[in-house]
Design a protein around this ligand. Structure first.
Ligand code: UD1
Length: 419
């Protein structure tokens, strides 16, 4: 199992390019199941989660070819039962339910378990499928969906912690081939939902309102092949912006969409960092330690839960007392125990982390618990006094394309070793 060694100290300088969005690419790849015709998807990041999705599509019968960032898929004939051995490796596999149900009117996919960031239920997805006319059974650890026909319906996807991103994707992908009109209220407004909707529209779907909390879908009889380029990964971009703020001299993050990052750039501006926001790039000139923050994660356009851990790392060495409240996944704080091992002064009150900034973290062996937590540990390592050894780095490869190479190009010293 690989380890990452981060040498603390070097200041980051230069340009770094953002890859395509993981959270867009996954449902868009799943959506190619909705047509027998070939689809071509550009700017697909080379990540283990994306690789799992490609394997799932192939196991379902699709021809999948990848050449650098371009994936070509033809799902001429498919079956509807997803193999447990691959599906269980990635919670986001749940987003094949919608397209399988939409096209074949049946699907059998392993029920996702919990994960370190919380319980991760899919009740809202299932409620939506039922509203469209599908029967839903949980049997032998699988979710089984079957319908004689799907009929458009009014569905509210708002849950206790806001809407659901993959739930909105799933219902959208089933509703595009349902009979009649579906109205999704309480829809997730994330840019990744908009990207999926834009791809579905290219395939012939009739969708209005993506990006707002009400999406209206007029079902069509069939969809055709389409070509699409995935949007830039706003979380990868935000992670580089946070790295630049905590350990950068002058860093420009390129090939991003600044409009997707407003909550993150607002936080950095509030902390006193200098940002030059261009049309597809953001230059950060860090202001020494910066000022403490009071952050609250919220569904888009609020501050993303997927940036919470990285900002905890940033605030660990920001003078003063910061608070970070997690409203989307209230238990998502596993990274705190690890950065505490590096000397961070943090304690939890309910779902709020109280962080008292110190001058410098102390390098230590640490364990990555999930994708964004592992990015936070890399950021913590960049500013620690010595070499931070991060174990279980497979988490980081799920969602960051060559993060070590990209940071090294900015002057960091990060090595990968086999354990
Ligand atoms: C997606 C993202 C993930 C991000 C999350 C929130 C992908 C592949 N993953 O995950 O990176 O952290 O959005 O922005 O796009 N919930 C329910 N019932 C449900 C579904 C969700 O109660 O049926 C709750 C969840 O437990 C959580 C909240 O709703 O508290 C938001 O979860 P959701 O938006 O569904 O997350 P994902 O789509 O799984």
């Amino acid at each position: 199992m690989d380890k990452i060694l981060v040498h603390g100290g070097p200041r980051l300088k230069g340009n770094v390019r953002v890859s395509g969005s993981k959270n867009s690419a996954l449902p868009i790849l799943a959506a190619t199941l909705l047509t027998r015709e070939p689809c071509i998807i550009h700017r697909v990041p080379d990540l283990s989660d994306v690789n799992f999705m490609q394997q799932i599509l192939a196991k379902l019968g699709a021809d999948v070819e990848r050449a650098s960032g371009v994936v070509q898929i033809r799902a001429e004939k498919i079956h509807t039962e997803a193999p447990y051995d691959i599906v269980r490796k990635m919670r986001a596999s749940v987003c094949i339910l919608g397209p399988l149900l939409g096209r074949e009117k049946e699907a059998t996919v392993s029920m996702p378990g919990g994960c370190v960031i919380g319980d991760r239920p899919i009740d809202l997805h299932l409620k939506g499928f039922e509203a469209l006319g599908s029967a839903v059974r949980i049997q032998g650890g699988d979710v089984k969906l079957f319908a004689s026909r799907l009929i458009g319906a009014r569905i509210n996807l708002r849950g206790k912690f806001g809407s659901t991103v993959l739930g909105t994707d799933n219902i959208l992908m089933a509703a595009v081939l349902a009979e009649g009109t579906t109205v999704i209220d309480g829809a997730a407004e994330e840019p990744e939902v908009v990207d999926l909707a834009n791809f579905l529209i290219k395939m012939g779907a009739k969708i209005e309102g993506a990006g707002t909390n009400r999406i209206v879908v007029e079902g069509v009889a069939e969809l055709h092949g389409a070509e699409h380029t995935v949007i830039p990964d706003r979380i990868e971009a935000g992670t580089f912006l946070a790295a630049a703020a905590l350990s950068g001299d002058d860093v420009t993050v390129t090939r991003l969409d600044p409009s997707h990052l407003t909550a993150v750039t607002d936080a950095l501006l509030t902390a006193g960092h200098h940002l030059d926001i261009g049309s597809d790039s953001i230059r950060v000139r860090a202001n020494g330690g910066g000022l403490p923050l009071e952050l609250r994660t919220e569904p888009y356009p609020g501050f993303p839960t997927d940036m919470q851990a990285q900002f905890c790392a940033l605030l660990a060495t920001t003078k003063g007392v910061s608070t970070v409240t997690e409203n989307v996944f209230p238990q998502r704080f596993m990274h705190l125990s690890e950065i505490k091992r590096m000397g961070a002064q943090v304690h939890l009150e309910g779902s709020t982390a109280i962080i008292r900034g110190i001058d410098q973290l102390s390098a230590a062996p640490v364990m990555a618990s999930d994708l964004r937590a592992s990015a936070a540990l890399v950021l913590a390592g960049l500013q620690a006094d010595g070499i931070t050894e991060i174990n279980r780095v497979y988490h980081i490869d799920r969602g960051y394309e060559s993060i070590d190479d990209k940071l090294n190009n900015l002057g960091a010293q990060i090595e990968r070793t086999k354990a």
